[in-house]
Design a protein around this ligand. Sequence first.
Ligand code: HEC
Length: 281
Amino acid sequence: MTIYRKLAILVCAGILFLALLPIANTAGSAFLDLFKSKSKTVAETPVAEAMHPHGPPGGWPEHGVFGTYDRAALQRGYQVYAQVCSTCHSMKLMAYRDLTQLGFSEAEVKAIASNFQVTDATPNDQGELVQRPARPSDNFVSPFANDQAARAGNGGALPPDLSLIVKAREHNEDYVYSILTGFGQAVPANETIAKGMNYNPYFPGHQIAMPAPLHEGVVSFADGTPATVDQMAKDVVQYLAWTAEPHLEERHETGFKVVVFLVVFAGVMYGVKKRLWSKIK
Ligand code: HEC
């Protein structure tokens, strides 16, 4: 009898532990954040603090426990990246075939890839490295050969690779969206903007080497969505969120299944416990 009792207690404790793990994790990181924000105030730099970033009024469809990506927005977002951002920013972690996950057909992906030239890894019979059109299995071709060339083409500033930018910056989607929609505001009287730089209150220091990339109608969407600056920013940010976390939907689904399992299993174990203990007077 005692062995069953011990077993039941052990299993219940195990389930409780598993269920409490995510809560402990969140509480733990919130606790650590307390120290993080403290050390930030101590080591305050003379650089002007960036304004608090914000998302669009409706929020992001991929956020929340049941959040999923909006496929139409992702396709429009890829178009904005390809026609605007990719002239300066690389996206080295993406392969053309990954675009099938956005709803592009294999033929469309093949056609997209063939617009780019890559140097084949295998030399030809004369031992020379030759250029060929990219294949779906190739990674996105970068706009510049190396970081030095990228800096030289952008007044000394390096346009960062955008593959993971949404995850790599604090405030994630909101940060990138605010940067993209934060151009064109009047420069406050107490701030001066260096030559070749642009005012953007959401960028640390308020001066960014990137000129405003989005202008109304700079792309034309196949689905007829009006290409306003806000729309293009929203779409390209959702695309960048997807490239930074393509498995978000599966993660949300698995998380939900695990929680349902734990609840059902806890119920079953409660029944087992009652039955085993009913014989103990
Ligand atoms: C003309 C070249 C150019 C184009 C086009 C361009 N960018 Fe940039 N971008 C830059 C440069 C250069 C920087 C670095 C700015 C700096 O360090 O001051 C930058 C910085 C950024 C940053 C800030 C990164 C950080 O370190 O926090 C984001 C986000 C960004 N770009 C997104 C985009 C997106 C999205 C597009 C397309 C809609 C785009 N850019 C188009 C040149 C460009």
